[in-house]
Design a protein around this ligand. Structure first.
Ligand SMILES: [Zn+2]
Length: 91
């Protein structure tokens, strides 16, 4: 196992570290001890990468540096899908 390389995972709802378990099929799963949501470890890993990338893009292209051409539509496009992530990368 390469645990050193895995990012720290947090439940996006509770901001707590989920527990790693194994389901009946023998698959690695991740379970939030607070809200109880669970997902396959593979899926969680992908989602964390996606949310981390999304967060990076959001920070590097923040509202102040947004091209002015987009300013007139910013109200309708702001807050893309950041809330849809169930799992995020911790620090
Ligand atoms: Zn949770």
């Amino acid at each position: 196992m390469t645990q050193d390389q895995s990012p720290i995972v947090l439940c996006n709802t509770c901001r707590v570290t989920p527990e790693e378990k194994t389901d009946e099929a023998g698959d690695d799963i991740v379970v939030c001890p607070s809200c109880g949501q669970s997902d396959k470890a593979d899926e969680v890993g992908r989602e964390v990468l996606r949310s981390a990338f999304h967060e990076t893009v959001r920070r590097t292209s923040g509202p102040d540096t947004r091209p002015s051409a987009n300013s007139f539509v910013s109200m309708s496009v702001k807050g893309p899908k950041s809330r849809s992530f169930r799992w995020i990368a911790g620090t």
